[in-house]
Design a binder for this molecule. Structure first.
Ligand code: GDP
Length: 295
């Protein structure tokens, strides 16, 4: 994961460690390289700039420079700063409210929304919840079939949506359906488009009104870098997201989305997708991600 970025960080830190005593210039030079590495990983330019400025304030000080292991101290500061940048700590789902508690899954087409809906359902089953899956993408029959197939793999009930229904009608009826099937959680897979448009946002707004979801989760493709950050900003402004699930981190994503989304949108990354299989979903831990990046 983020191999390029990791390689660069390791090279920068190897140099620092090799220096013994550090001058202010040594540290500033290393931080210039850190900034370049972040930009090359497609981190938002302002995020990269603020990140490096914050580290400089802490690292170019008496304590670090007079320490016996100044290089090590700088690495520790970078590690803490990366962790903070990604939100500090993991953010659990808040499944609060009268059952069935609803999770509204939103995102662009191809982001991994339907797969992630099933992955999340599987995770909730492991936590002894009983989810009901709701396909609400009535524009693509294949999307409904895909969710039905995935639900079959994990033996979960699916509200029998049809392409003749309106998403709003599906949302209203699915709540009763879930209660009849003794389900305590409703996971609604909404339509995606290739681009954000007002029609899609309008529909999602109406679904939010009807379902009063405990969580609105944006599924975003990490491979798209800064586009994912812009998508997250747009969805958050219009709908008020409670979290982001970043998919395809098993691919060769450069890291920009994971490192910038929280800082740009203030919205936490709650899970990461690490493969096509239904067990490839992990809780996002900023500290573990930071350690992975720093190697
Ligand atoms: P949707 O259009 O947003 O519902 O996207 P899908 O759920 O159909 O996923 C699009 C493609 O991305 C499928 O081939 C999925 O198997 C794949 N996919 C989803 N999540 C991940 C992931 O975390 N890693 C990888 N490698 N592929 C994923």
């Amino acid at each position: 994961m983020f191999d390029n970025l990791s390689d660069k960080f390791q090279r920068i830190f190897k140099n620092l460690r090799g220096q013994g005593k550090l001058t202010e210039e040594n540290i500033r030079e290393a931080l210039r390289e850190v900034r370049m590495a972040l930009l090359e990983a497609d981190v938002h330019y302002k995020v990269a700039k603020d990140f490096v400025t914050g580290i400089a304030e802490r690292a170019v000080g008496q304590e670090v420079m007079t320490s016996l292991t100044p290089g090590q101290q700088v690495i520790k500061i970078v590690n803490e700063a990366l962790t903070d940048l990604m939100g500090g700590q993991s953010e659990p789902l808040r499944l609060i409210g009268k059952p069935p508690v609803c999770l509204l899954m939103v995102g662009l087409q191809g982001s991994g929304k339907t797969t992630t809906t099933a992955k999340l359902a599987r995770k909730l089953v492991q936590e002894h919840r009983k989810p009901c899956l709701v396909p609400a993408d009535v524009y693509r029959p294949a999307a409904i079939e895909q969710l039905v197939t995935l639900a079959g793999q994990i033996n979960l009930p699916v509200y029998p949506s049809t392409v003749r229904q309106k998403p709003e009608e599906i949302a209203r009826e699915a709540q009763g359906y879930a209660r009849e099937h003794n389900c305590d959680t409703l996971i609604v897979d909404t339509a995606g488009r290739l681009h954000i448009d007002t029609e899609l946002m309008g529909e999602l707004g109406r679904l939010k009104e009807i379902l009063q979801p405990a969580e609105i989760l944006l599924v975003a493709d990490a491979m798209t870098g800064q586009d994912a950050v812009q998508v997250a900003s747009a969805f958050h402004e219009t709908l008020g997201l409670s979290g982001v699930i970043l998919t395809k981190l098993d691919g060769d994503a450069r890291g920009g989305a994971a490192l910038s989304i929280r800082a740009v949108t203030r919205c936490p990354i709650k899970f990461i997708g690490l493969g096509e299989k239904l067990d490839a979903l992990e809780v996002f831990h900023p500290d573990r991600m930071s350690s992975r990046i720093l190697g």
